[in-house]
Design a protein around this ligand. Structure first.
Ligand code: ADP
Ligand code: MG
Length: 257
């Protein structure tokens, strides 16, 4: 069973240290949640794991399947089975959801086997239809331009569909709940739950507890000022919901620099 192991990760943006020594292990089959006030580095962690060039790793390692993935390009990380659902997905007018997914899937296949001719169109249609059924999505959705004029809920659902088609082994969901009304939140969460299983490790990054009512985490971590300061079970999220973040700040005495 593969585990994603984050060890003493320090990350800077434009010379300012944002992550100050993050340690976290996510085993396949586990759902972890990272919660924390805005500006504490949650998205920085997500982008760093995917290899965004603006985020400079100054210390630490991230091990997955016997490799320090920090040495790999984003597409190589994706091929290893790591997937990031963005907090702010970008629109690609002119490219349909189906075409985008087919291109992404074929890129992965070709990376594994340069001779690959791509997934046959009928097989692809069958695949995408079954995944959309699983996620309770209208088949028409596949013919729309990616994220172009999508509602917040539709964008997030497109991200989850992408996850369903690419079948990652580690999925990082960065504030998948932000901007969703309760119905959209439920549908997106059901989608993630439908993909949950022994072969998928999930990191749910969120500011609010409510998504964790739907996606039950095995472990909850609180991030504050670039560090994970508390870890616990699902009850830790409920505690935050009730008491807010103030007690965490007081306990760890963050002095603004
Ligand atoms: P969170 O997701 O927990 O709200 P972020 O990781 O987005 O926090 O941000 C952490 C800190 O890094 C914030 O102080 C933010 O202003 C800063 N930051 C994030 N992205 C950039 C960037 N591209 N350039 C400069 N500063 C950034
Ligand atoms: Mg964020």
């Amino acid at each position: 069973m593969a585990a994603l192991e984050i060890k003493n990760l320090h990350v800077s943006i434009e010379g300012k240290e944002i992550l100050k020594g993050v340690n976290l292990t996510i085993n396949q089959g586990e759902v972890h949640a990272i919660m924390g006030p805005n500006g504490t580095g949650k998205s920085t962690l997500a982008y760093t794991l995917m290899g965004h060039p603006s985020y400079q790793v100054t210390q630490g390692e991230v091990w997955y399947k016997g490799q320090n993935i920090l040495e790999l390009e984003p597409d190589e990380r994706s091929r290893l089975g790591i997937f990031l659902a963005f907090q702010y997905p970008v629109a690609i007018p002119g490219v349909t959801v189906a075409n985008f997914l087919r291109t992404a899937l074929n890129a992965r296949r070709r990376a594994e086997n340069p001779e690959d001719k791509g997934i046959p169109i009928l097989e692809f249609r069958k695949l995408i239809r079954s995944k959309m059924e699983l996620l309770k999505m209208d088949p028409e959705f596949a013919g729309r331009y990616l994220n172009d004029g999508f509602s917040g809920g539709e964008k997030k659902r497109a991200e989850i569909l992408q996850m369903a088609v690419l079948q990652p082994e580690i999925a990082i969901l960065d504030e998948t709940d932000s901007g969703l009304d309760i119905d959209a939140l439920r549908i997106v969460s059901e989608g993630v739950n439908a993909l949950r299983g022994p072969n998928l490790g999930v990191l749910v990054i969120t500011h609010y507890q409510r998504i964790l009512n739907y996606i039950q985490p095995d472990f909850v971590h609180i991030m504050l000022d670039g560090r994970i300061v508390e870890s616990g079970g699902a009850d830790l999220a409920l505690h935050l919901e009730e008491h807010g973040y103030e007690w965490v700040r007081e306990k760890y005495e963050v002095v603004e620099s």
